[in-house]
Design a protein around this ligand. Structure first.
Ligand SMILES: O=C(O)CCC(=O)C(=O)O
Ligand SMILES: [Fe+2]
Length: 278
């Protein structure tokens, strides 16, 4: 299904997520894994200043927990081939009804086997993108191997893109460990708490809407669970100034490294930082 059917597009609109057929070539996945090994052995095709300070960049020696490497496609060309693939862009464009799709940023989430409590806490990607004008951004979640439930694949709360804004925001974070408390809060608001597990074969990927609540459970298997999350902007997205609850301005790492528009604002169409997939 390089292109989505109208049913797929309606499904995405109603549920806030979808899973593709196996469409990504084995070779692209193997190259991404090779790119990761290069990265973890210290190789950089392009060096990004600020690793570890402005963005997560797990390196050997940083501990045995979940590994998180952000902005990896800007640094490693093998990873960028998959992360920037027109195929992901075409499917994201069809789902969002946008003519263009650009990278916003990306990350590897590597969960070693044998975890008992290392979760990715429930969160909404859009909450990390306060400076984005669009409410139509999305993420492609790409497992780099077959990913049955025991490996702790991505879990999306069905339909939550329609009501996540009604929840107390502070209850949600990538780094929060309490997976159970949210069900109560959702039910109290009168919505159904319906987790959907993105169990997929290598070559498949899922999309989730930027307002969809998602997270993942521990990897209880004896193998690593490795996924590439490609965060994407639709054609409408622009920079807009935003402030945190404490009044400080929101500044994303993207804002530090991209060029400026004529009026001096971060340009989210800068091809060097936000390559166009579609
Ligand atoms: O890989 C995971 O478990 C979490 C990924 C995630 O938060 C995302 O794809 O937006
Ligand atoms: Fe996420």
């Amino acid at each position: 299904m390089a292109r989505l059917t109208n049913e797929d597009i309606d499904f995405y609109e109603q549920h806030g997520w979808l899973m593709t057929e196996p469409v990504l070539p084995e070779e692209a996945i193997a190259q991404t894994l090779a790119g990761l090994e290069q990265h973890w052995s210290g190789h950089r095709d392009h060096r990004l200043e600020g690793a570890g300070t402005y963005f997560a960049d797990w390196m050997p020696g940083d501990g045995v927990g979940t590994r998180n490497n952000e902005y990896i496609s800007l640094q490693n060309e093998l990873v960028s081939r998959l992360a920037w693939s027109p195929l992901i862009g075409e499917i994201a464009a069809a789902a969002t009804g946008s003519e263009t799709i650009r990278l916003f940023d990306d990350q590897i989430v590597y969960k070693p086997g044998g975890q008992s409590d290392a979760v990715v806490g429930w969160h909404v990607d859009g909450d990390y993108w306060g400076t984005c004008s669009s409410q139509n951004m999305l993420t492609a979640w790409v497992p780099l191997h077959d990913c049955p439930a025991e490996l702790g694949p991505l879990v999306v709360l069905d339909g939550s893109h329609k009501w996540s804004h009604l929840l107390e925001r502070s209850a949600l974070s990538f780094h929060r460990k309490d997976m159970e408390g949210l069900a109560r809060a959702v039910n109290e608001l009168g919505f159904e708490f319906k987790p959907v597990t993105m169990e997929m074969k290598a070559g498949q990927f899922s999309l989730h809407h930027c307002r969809a609540i998602h997270g993942s459970y521990p990897n209880r298997s004896d193998r690593a669970r490795i996924a590439l999350a490609v965060h994407l902007q639709d054609g409408e997205n622009r920079y807009r100034a935003a402030t945190r609850p404490d009044g400080r301005p929101v500044e994303l790492f993207n804002d530090r490294i991209c060029r400026r528009t004529a009026d001096g604002l971060p340009d989210y169409h800068d091809e060097k930082v936000f390559p166009r997939l579609w």
